[in-house]
Design a protein around this ligand. Structure first.
Ligand code: ATP
Length: 317
């Protein structure tokens, strides 16, 4: 299923500024499209508009070439996992999983399929419980299993893994990606997690103040951010922006921590802090008052003076 948004706008009643401001974008069939943006930038509103839960004030939502503005959510063949899990409280986990499959397969097939996915998500021992008897992370996995089981044409996921601990996040992320790829399910996925975005996205869109600022592959956005906002938002750590004067030119430059080399070069800085990152260290270096992050393989001494070289940087006007 392909999806196109044309000049979509949403202003909530009583609000002066649009939550979604003239957004146009195209998502190809089978694509894994990630939306990243600060809190309040309009990500959830955009997903709710695509799902049909929210009506835009303006603009068109086009699915497979057909405008669907007037279609209710139930007729859009969309699988949703939102922050509130919306499980049926008086049904067991198993019933929650198989009710949406009624009419699509026999009950026996539905149970087998539900058990298979439940095992992969580590919730198979919870099938006879009720949602209120589950932790937040368990409820989230049930909601995720329910969306995956239906194999919809379009997945809309709003922070579907936010309540899971790190190992579960990685395995659940892989499951989503596997089901998505095997079934060619077009997916729009909202996250705050940059590592997750880079790991799973075919393309990523960066939103701010209701607008889409940049769309591209994770590599494009990481290596070539269109402006300072994207540069300082995407990546961990984000780009550090400093005055170009440091290298003798006008404007500003953005530098990534992996492009800063210590122990060589004409600049002199002072190490102000060091963090252990597992496979390397992240040193913070004071360069004429700017604190610049630098990845290094050894642990530099806090307070030491170091030579600094920028192997690569991005110029901003
Ligand atoms: N039902 C509503 N009524 C009025 N304003 C709303 C409503 N829902 C969201 N907003 C406002 O619209 C803007 C966008 O909110 P939205 O939830 O879409 O952002 P978000 O990017 O998903 O944020 P977060 O990452 O915090 O979930 C915010 O300013 C928010 O306060």
């Amino acid at each position: 299923m392909s999806l196109e948004l044309r000049n979509v706008k949403k202003v909530y009643r009583g609000s002066k500024t649009p939550a979604v401001d003239n957004v146009s974008l195209k998502v190809e069939k089978g694509e894994f499209f990630v939306i990243l943006g600060p809190s309040g930038s309009g990500k959830t509103t955009l997903l709710r508009i695509i799902s049909g839960l929210e009506k835009p004030n303006d603009g068109k939502i086009i699915i497979d070439g057909q405008e669907v503005n007037e279609l209710p959510p139930s007729q859009r063949n969309v699988g949703m996992v939102f922050q509130n899990y919306a499980l049926y409280p008086h049904k067991t986990v198993l019933e929650n999983l198989i009710i949406p499959l009624e009419g699509l397969m026999t009950k026996k097939e539905a149970i087998t399929w539900a058990e298979e996915i439940s095992k992969k998500l580590g919730i198979h021992e919870l099938l006879s419980r009720y949602p209120t008897e589950l932790s937040g992370g368990q409820q989230q996995r049930v909601a995720l299993a329910r969306a995956i089981l239906r194999k919809p044409k379009l997945f809309l996921m709003d922070e579907p893994l936010s309540n899971l601990d790190a190992p579960l996040r990685v395995s659940a992320r892989k499951l989503i990606k596997d089901v998505q790829r095997e079934n060619g399910i077009t997916t729009i996925y909202v996250t705050h997690d940059h590592v997750e975005a880079m790991a799973i996205a075919d393309r990523v869109a960066i939103m701010n103040n209701g607008r889409i600022i940049q769309v591209g592959t994770p590599e494009e956005v990481y290596n070539d951010p269109v402006d300072e906002f994207v540069a300082t938002f995407f990546g961990n750590p984000p780009m550090k922006i400093v005055s170009g004067e440091i290298l003798g030119f006008e404007g500003k430059i953005g530098i990534r921590a992996e492009d800063v080399e210590l122990g060589d070069g004409d600049l002199i800085g002072k190490v102000t802090d060091v963090e252990f990152w597992g496979d390397r260290y992240l040193a913070y270096v004071n360069l004429n008052g700017d604190i610049v992050p630098a990845f290094v393989s050894y642990k530099p001494k806090v307070g030491s003076e170091v030579k600094v070289k920028f192997k690569r940087y991005k110029r901003f006007l």
